[in-house]
Design a protein around this ligand. Sequence first.
Ligand code: ADP
Length: 194
Amino acid sequence: MNIILIGPPGAGKGTQSKILETKYGLKQLSTGDMLRAEVSAQTELGQQAKAIMDSGKLISDDIIINMIAQRITQPDCAQGVIFDGFPRTVEQAKALDRMLAEKKKPLTAVIHFQVNEDELVGRLNSRIRQAQESGQAVRADDNEATLRQRLAVYREQTAPIIPYYEATGLMKKVDGMAPIEDVTEQIEGFLKSV
Ligand code: ADP
């Protein structure tokens, strides 16, 4: 089973990925987490990526596509993958189609999280507050100005993948503003029917 979660930053993709990982034995691949690991390890890629990520813009398609192409050949991806934060451009979506066709592992479903942008800002602010209260580090791109920039980038560069996947008939919409368990239930309902 290979699933893509699409939705703006803060839509709840990461939360649902973790739940689906456990329930279905899939591997969550979050390109954001992979890039943050490169930044912490101070690799060459991490050093180049940091400023772009902090500004809320996208890393180039080539870099991301290579990163995913290598990652999905690892044994922990054999049962299937939940793609979280990837693809983020039509170019990346086309590259993923080619990779999956080569591995003869088709896409099972594309879950589109629909959200209200104003409520997302509220969610982000509480995520920051919670992190601060529990003494965790706040991500450098977790602030309202960068979130607004990331939302603009989402509308311009990522939203075009929605009609791309709609045309495949694999896309399902969920209400990202619903409680966590309700969103999980909606997704599980779709997965039963595929
Ligand atoms: P969010 O919290 O907005 O969902 P992520 O954790 O997925 O963000 O990603 C953080 C940053 O990493 C993005 O703003 C972008 O700079 C970079 N990034 C992550 N995934 C991709 C991708 N597929 N293509 C390009 N850039 C990416």
